[in-house]
Write a protein that binds this ligand. Structure first.
Ligand code: NAP
Length: 292
């Protein structure tokens, strides 16, 4: 297929390269020309503007940072809406607001362009190895059309529901991850304050009901006091902000997520936005005077 790929960041670059490897024709656009060098070396065609890439494609993938960025890419000057042909499909794989997603889809539909939201989980490793989990919202027939494209980038590909449902699933993912990080941080701090080795506690918990990927991966980062990312605090804060904004729109109480939001805010405020979000542990420790 002819595919446009907008956003050459940590995730976008390897995803575009994997599409090329699968035999698709890929037109890439990165805001900074230097970000297109590697994908172009891998056989993708570099485009100066977003509209230029979109005009040549039947499927237009967007992988940028936040809700306002997706809006700018879609509807800004020389953006997707100015280039895309009626009958093409926009696939937004960024993690953004489900409410804004539905509004974007409506505006595109008025121009004869379909949209899927398809945020991912699995990190840069999943993007490089084409093993991402992809959570999709949109019409079933549009999903079927794009499915072979998803299969070149991911493994667990689920159409969750109508437009916005992929972003809702991703928000659910981020609630579980954030609240579990908080629980693991509190448990390991509780162990240490009791004079019990938190590493041994983690070993003991791994096989039981408290066992999880978060206890395994993030728990290890906490024990090592090494918060090399991973998934950066600033991105986790963005995602929990999406959760809290949506909860506000719906009149929904999410006290667990709200509490972790405060700890992510405190991490950002202490200059730790680039650390892995397992660094929530630092705030938990600081609150009880247990800094290491
Ligand atoms: P990233 O490395 O910061 O890349 C974002 C890319 O988007 C950058 O190349 C940036 O351009 C471009 N961009 C941002 N705003 C733009 C705009 N207004 N117009 C044009 N281009 C714009 O981020 P990432 O890690 O690839 O993440 C992308 C998305 O995937 C985010 O929504 C993130 O939450 C989600 N995600 C990330 C991970 C992960 O582990 N990293 C995992 C799952 C989901 P510049 O290079 O010029 O800044």
């Amino acid at each position: 297929m002819d595919i446009a790929f907008i956003g050459m960041g940590i995730m976008g670059k390897p995803m575009a390269v994997n599409l090329r490897k699968a035999g698709h024709t890929v037109f890439v656009h990165g805001r900074r020309a230097v970000s297109m060098v590697q994908p172009v070396e891998a056989g993708c065609a570099g485009c100066t503007t977003i509209a230029e890439a979109a005009a040549q494609a039947e499927i237009i993938i967007v992988m940028v940072s936040d809700t306002p960025d997706v809006e700018q890419v879609l509807f800004g000057d020389a953006g997707v809406a100015q280039g895309a042909k009626p009958g093409s499909v926009v696939v937004d794989m960024s993690t953004i607001s489900p409410t804004a997603t539905r509004a974007f889809a409506e505006k595109l539909q008025a121009r004869g362009i379909d949209m899927l939201d398809a945020p991912v989980s699995g990190g840069d490793v999943g993007a490089i190895n084409a093993t991402l989990s992809i959570m999709v919202g949109g019409k079933p027939e549009v999903f079927e059309r794009v499915k072979p494209v998803f299969e070149a980038m991911g493994k667990n590909i689920v159409r969750v529901g109508d437009i916005g449902a992929g972003q809702v699933a991703k928000a659910c993912n981020q609630i579980v991850v954030a609240v579990t990080i908080e629980g693991v941080a509190e448990a390991l701090t509780f162990a240490r304050k009791n004079g019990v080795d938190p590493a041994r506690v983690r070993d003991a918990l791994m096989g039981g009901f408290a066992g999880s990927r978060i206890l395994e991966v993030h728990g290890k980062r906490m024990l090592d006091n090494d918060y090399t990312p991973g998934f950066k605090t600033k991105l986790h804060q963005k995602d929990i902000n999406i959760v809290m904004q949506t909860a506000k729109e719906l009149g929904l109480a999410l006290p667990g997520a709200a509490l972790v939001m405060q700890h992510l805010n405190a991490l950002m405020g202490t200059g730790n936005g680039e650390l892995d979000s397992a660094a929530v542990m630092k705030i938990v420790e600081r609150e009880s005077g247990m800094e290491r």
